[in-house]
Design a protein around this ligand. Structure first.
Ligand SMILES: Nc1ncnc2c1ncn2[C@@H]1O[C@H](COP(=O)(O)OP(=O)(O)OP(=O)(O)O)[C@@H](O)[C@H]1O
Ligand SMILES: [Mg+2]
Length: 380
């Protein structure tokens, strides 16, 4: 029994303050039916606050939350959580310890006075879906963390929510189980197609599960995009750093030229000239104009390069000399931390055998070198 169909969830200019503290500022987002959207960001950036506002568990300070363009919350009129038809899964499972798995999952249906035979059928179906057939009479304390989290998910989806919200549901599990459950969640979403909002601070999890990712910092949205967009075209230094870019070196732009669809930017990093070739697309246009502005006003920029994007040897351009200081063996590859001849620290990964103390040549393919204004984003 679904409350009503959710075609679109819209959050407009949402602000949430806890007395003086502004936990969310000008949060704008539209989630379409069937989408899997993830809120990603470091601890304290406002992910849970955003989720709890949408759920109706926290009063909003101002702004509007709408379902199918109908307002469900504007801070004055607020639909109570149980009337929103949304489901929530928490990090700590929040199961009833004195109830069996069956009773835990049936609980919400019983509250709704669902007929007994219907409860039986629905609970059996949903337990099958999360691979917990045969666990009906166990108690939560007799189950592993992963199994308990599956009960929590079953308890939520048995009520057929129009929006499923999950707040760091895998963070209490060990690495192996987390991967298994990630796969289970992905399969479940593909099967049920239920509109979902997922909260995590784990970029791998966000990349693997999401249709779109919302990267947040200190209550401000930094970027909204597909996993590919966020991974390859971070909007600013904060997103780049969070998505695994390293080698943040400071310098100035010396040349800024359009080269067909590509923009060529030459930077000077402590005497080393490095060239970047970037294709700015629709979403990264504002970065392009910010960089052009930085060039004109001679403001500082920072580079960002993934450790795995360096090549060893001499290239046509972007050559650097490096002394390897620390070599961490990671199996297939090693992570090397070294010092460049321009005195910046280099972090790179290679499958070649490197010993610490050795001097080597490195180069960076120009399309792998990202440039960002050092300042420019007031929230970074
Ligand atoms: N009830 C509250 N009263 C006062 N401040 C709060 C309250 N709840 C959250 N905050 C503050 O709001 C900010 C956002 O908190 P929130 O719990 O949304 O972060 P989060 O992104 O979910 O972090 P985590 O990854 O640690 O769960 C934090 O600075 C937090 O201290
Ligand atoms: Mg949280």
């Amino acid at each position: 029994m679904t409350m009503r169909e959710l075609k679109q969830l819209t959050i407009k200019n949402l602000i949430k303050r806890f007395s003086e503290k502004e936990a969310l500022n000008n949060f704008n987002l539209t989630v379409e039916k069937g989408e899997f959207v993830t809120f990603l960001g470091p601890s304290g950036c406002g992910k849970s606050t955003a989720l709890n506002c949408i759920a109706g568990l926290l009063p909003i300070t101002s702004g509007e939350i709408c379902v199918n363009e109908e307002c469900i919350d504007n801070g004055i009129i607020s639909t109570p959580p149980e009337k929103r038809g949304f489901g929530m899964v928490f990090q700590n499972y929040a199961l009833f310890p004195h109830l069996t798995v069956f009773k835990n999952v049936a609980f919400g249906l019983e509250l709704k006075k669902t007929p007994k035979n219907e409860i039986q059928e629905k609970v059996n179906n949903v337990l099958k879906m999360v691979h917990l057939e045969g666990y009906e009479n166990k108690f939560p304390s007799q189950m592993s963390g992963g199994e308990q989290q599956r009960v929590a998910i079953a308890r939520c989806i048995v009520l057929e929510p129009t929006l499923l919200m999950l707040d760091e549901p895998l963070s209490n599990l060990d690495a192996k189980l987390r991967n298994d459950m990630r796969y289970e969640l992905k399969t479940l979403h593909e099967r049920l197609q239920v509109t979902s909002i997922y909260v995590t601070h784990d970029q791998q999890e966000a990349l693997a599960l999401s249709d779109r990712i919302v990267v947040m910092k200190k209550g401000h949205i930094q970027q909204v995009g597909t996993p590919e967009e966020i991974y390859s075209h971070p909007a600013n230094l904060f997103v780049a750093d969070f998505m695994g870019f390293r080698n943040i070196w400071e310098g100035k732009i010396e040349e800024f030229t359009e080269n067909g669809a590509e923009t060529k930017i030459v930077v000077n990093i402590g005497g080393s000239k490095l060239t970047s070739h970037t294709r700015f697309n629709g979403n990264s246009r504002s970065l392009k104009s910010a960089l052009e502005e930085t060039f004109k006003s001679k403001q500082a920029i920072c580079t960002a390069i993934r450790p795995e994007d360096f090549l060893i040897g001499k290239g046509a351009i972007n050559n650097l000399k490096c002394r390897a200081d620390i070599v961490e063996y990671l199996g297939q590859i090693s992570h090397v931390t070294g010092v460049l001849d321009n005195n910046n620290q280099a972090d790179f990964r290679t499958s070649e055998k490197i010993t610490s103390g050795v001097n080597l040549d490195l180069f960076i393919p120009p399309e792998k070198l990202l440039i960002f204004p050092k300042e420019g984003n007031p929230h970074v």
